[in-house]
Design a protein around this ligand. Structure first.
Ligand code: IPE
Ligand code: IPE
Ligand code: MG
Length: 247
C-alpha cells in the first residue's frame, strides 16, 4: 500500500514554486467559537508543517502571503496580534531553518515594521542565506502594486544616474527590480477558504501561474490537501501562449 502511494506520487508533476494565499483563519476560529487570534495561531502552525511537507514532495520554492499592505485596515488589536505572532514566528523560524536547512526570505516593504521585527527578519535572512533546502519566502506587508511602485522608484533612480536608457527596459529588467528578483515565477498559486481572488498577491509574477482554489480553511490545510492541489496542477496543460502543450 505504502509502495503504491509512493508510485502514485512519483507520477505527479511537481511544481518548482508554489505560492499560497493563506486565508480563512478568522472563519476557522469563528466556527469553533474561538477568538480570531486562535485562528491565526493555528494558521502559523500549519505554515510550519507545510514547509516540511512541500520539501518532502520535491517543491523547491514556497512563498506564503502572511500580511498584505491592505491588512493594516484591520482593527488595531488584530494588527497587534498578527505582528506579535509574526515576531514569535520569525524567532522559531530561525531555529527551524538551522534544523531543516531552509533558506528564508521576506518580500514586501519591511520599512513599515517595528525595529525588532525588522531586525529579526534581517538576522533570519542572513543566517539562512547559504542553506540549500527549501527556499521559503514570507510575503509580509506585501502588496503587488506596492512592489511595482517601489520597483519603479528604484528604476527611476538608476535611470537618473544614467545606468540605462528607456529602450533598455525589458520585462526581464523590470523583474530584476521586484522583491522576487532572485526566484522563479510561481508555477502554482493556491488560495484557501473559498475566495476566488488574488488580493494583490504576486500580480506580475503569476501572469502564467496555474491557479487552485479550495474551500478548506487555512488552519485545516495539510499534506493531503497540498497533494490534491498538485494533482490538479499535474492535469493542467500549460501553453504559455503557444498552440501546443509545453509539457
Ligand atoms: C488569513 O486569515 C490571515 C491574514 C489575512 C493575515 P483571515 O484573517 O483573512 O481569515 P478570514 O478571511 O477572516 O476567515
Ligand atoms: C489576503 O487575505 C491576504 C493574506 C492572506 C495575508 P485577506 O483575507 O486579507 O484578503 P481579502 O480582504 O479577503 O481580499
Ligand atoms: Mg481573509
Amino acid at each position: 500500500m505504502a509502495k503504491r502511494k509512493s508510485e502514485e506520487l512519483s507520477e505527479l508533476k511537481i511544481p518548482a514554486h508554489v505560492a499560497i494565499i493563506m486565508d480563512g483563519n478568522g472563519r476557522w476560529a469563528k466556527k469553533r467559537l474561538l477568538p480570531r487570534s486562535a485562528g491565526h495561531s493555528a494558521g502559523s502552525r500549519t505554515v510550519e508543517q507545510i514547509c516540511d511537507d512541500a520539501w518532502s514532495l520535491g517543491i523547491k520554492y514556497l512563498t506564503v502571503y502572511a500580511f498584505s499592505t491592505e491588512n493594516w485596515k484591520r482593527s488595531e488589536s488584530e494588527v497587534a496580534t498578527l505582528m506579535d505572532l509574526l515576531r514569535k514566528y520569525m524567532k522559531n523560524c530561525l531555529e527551524r531553518s538551522r534544523k531543516n536547512n531552509m533558506r528564508v526570505r521576506v518580500i514586501g516593504d519591511i520599512t513599515r515594521l517595528d525595529d525588532d521585527l525588522r531586525e529579526s527578519i534581517v538576522t533570519l535572512t542572513r543566517e539562512s542565506a547559504s542553506n540549500t533546502g527549501l527556499c521559503f519566502t514570507v510575503a509580509l506587508n506585501y502588496g503587488g502594486r506596492d512592489e511595482i511602485v517601489r520597483a519603479f522608484r528604484k528604476m527611476l533612480a538608476d535611470y537618473d544616474s544614467g545606468r540605462f536608457v528607456a529602450d533598455d527596459i525589458t520585462e526581464e529588467m523590470l523583474s530584476e527590480y521586484l522583491d522576487t528578483y532572485d526566484m522563479p515565477d510561481p508555477d502554482l498559486v493556491i488560495r484557501t477558504s473559498g475566495e476566488i481572488r488574488l488580493s494583490n498577491f504576486l500580480p506580475w509574477q503569476s501572469a502564467y501561474s496555474e491557479l487552485y482554489f479550495t474551500d478548506v480553511l487555512w488552519p485545516d490545510f495539510d499534506k493531503k490537501e497540498l497533494i490534491k492541489a498538485i494533482e490538479y496542477y499535474s492535469g493542467r496543460d500549460r501553453r504559455f501562449g503557444s498552440e501546443t502543450s509545453k509539457n
